[in-house]
Design a protein around this ligand. Structure first.
Ligand code: SAH
Length: 262
């Protein structure tokens, strides 16, 4: 592709594990665009925006890793095996994931499988929802005076439950801004654990839903009310829960107008 920077060639037999960002195609990296234009096959996840997929080379094959060959949800080892098989056939394989491939995306498992199979691979980071989605919601991830740290936390574990394995009291009290991914189904539970851990029920909280897309919606509330607000206002996945004083800055920084919005 004709870009005024030196980009590495996408060689047959390689797998590129690429982050597609949180939605808006403008947030793709040059490497991601280069990979989309060069790939022979694109294996993508449900979170990847249609507008990003539309940038793939017209001749490229597309495989939805969520639903292959009409069968529902292949298991993770199946996806890794598929990537290895495609690479061994000599294809340029683009594994496209929403956000960043190494943030709650199981990209690490796929990369480990490729490494073990000695398939050459490259990782192209993407803008994770916790960064890009917050920015489009007008919520700075850090702001001087508000927070000196933040945490990305998963709202559910491999079994789909609120994780028990981490230190709720520690996270709840030590980290001033918390961004929960995959939290929509467990909002009530997450909020009450944080309050039990000593967090103020009045602390600002927001649901950032379908960020960086024309359907973006942000629901502002406080920790005690956020689950009810999400229910009443119909928060849709994918969505994140953001807890912290930085949420208040949205009152002055809400800049993004999804297309069609006033
Ligand atoms: N690898 C991805 C995260 C995958 S986990 C990344 O780095 O962003 C899936 C979770 O990501 C969703 O449940 C949701 O919490 C969050 N997410 C992904 N895209 C989003 C979007 N456009 N808007 C809001 N949340 C999003």
């Amino acid at each position: 592709m004709d870009l005024p920077v030196d980009l590495p060639p996408f060689r047959p037999g390689e797998v590129w594990l690429v982050g597609a960002g949180p939605g808006d195609p403008g947030l793709l990296s040059l490497l991601a665009l280069h990979a989309l234009r060069a790939a022979d096959v694109v294996v993508y996840d449900a979170l990847v925006d249609e507008r990003v997929l539309a940038l793939a080379r017209p001749g490229a094959a597309r495989e939805n890793a969520g639903k292959r060959g009409g069968r529902p949800s292949p298991q993770q080892p199946d996806i890794s095996r598929r990537l290895i098989a495609l690479a061994r056939e000599g294809s340029r394989v683009l594994r496209l994931k929403g956000g960043d491939p190494f943030v709650f995306g199981r990209g690490a498992e796929e990369a480990l499988a490729l490494a073990e199979a000695r398939v050459p691979f490259r990782v192209v980071p993407g803008i994770t929802a916790g960064i890009g989605g917050l920015a489009y919601a007008g919520i700075p991830a850090t702001a001087r005076g508000a927070n000196a740290a933040l945490a990305f936390v998963t709202g559910h574990d491999a079994a789909g439950e609120v994780p028990d394995s981490f230190d709720w009291a520690g996270i709840g009290t030590a980290i001033p801004v918390l961004v929960f991914y995959m939290a929509l189904q467990h909002l009530e539970n997450i909020a009450s654990r944080l309050i039990q851990a000593g967090r103020s029920p009045a602390e600002p909280a927001a649901i950032v839903s379908r960020a960086c897309t024309p359907a973006q919606k942000v629901i502002e509330s406080d920790l005690a009310q956020v689950a009810r607000a999400a229910r009443e206002q119909g928060a849709e996945p994918p969505a994140m829960l953001v807890v912290g004083e930085v949420v208040r800055l949205r009152g002055r920084l809400d800049w993004f107008r999804p297309r069609g919005a006033p």
